[in-house]
Design a protein around this ligand. Structure first.
Ligand SMILES: [Cu+2]
Length: 123
């Protein structure tokens, strides 16, 4: 008996991914109507680099996703949250300060030194 060889042709044209994701994954930095979500944990902020237009009124929702108390402070301004317990959050609204590079940090003793700091750029 003779066996036939079957040649398979691969049609690469059109990597057919017919299915589309039902919903977009939530990005880490959520820009929704001016609200920026910043997460704090041991010992970092996410994002740790925030850039906003000077003079505009914006909101930051600070979420403590860690296990220790944390806060969010923009150095050299009066912009800050309360110290938030683990799992808590606080929404602050403020006018972005004048052009410049500011530091953000957590004011709980030892946390900034351990890495809870970042940049805030008003431009
Ligand atoms: Cu902290």
């Amino acid at each position: 008996m003779k066996k036939s060889l079957i040649v398979l042709s691969l049609f690469l044209a059109g990597c057919s991914s017919v299915s589309e994701p039902v919903g977009d994954p939530v990005p880490e930095l959520v820009m929704d109507e001016g609200v920026i979500v910043v997460e704090g944990s041991e010992f970092s902020f996410s994002p740790d680099d925030i850039s906003l237009p000077a003079g505009e009124v914006r909101q930051i929702l600070f979420k403590n996703v860690g296990r220790a108390p944390h806060d969010f402070v923009i150095e050299g301004t009066d912009i800050k949250t309360s110290i938030i317990a683990a799992g808590g959050e606080e929404l602050i609204e403020f006018t972005v300060p004048e052009n410049g590079l500011y530091s953000i940090y957590c004011s709980v003793p030892g946390h900034r030194r351990s890495g809870m700091e970042g940049d805030f750029i008003a431009q």
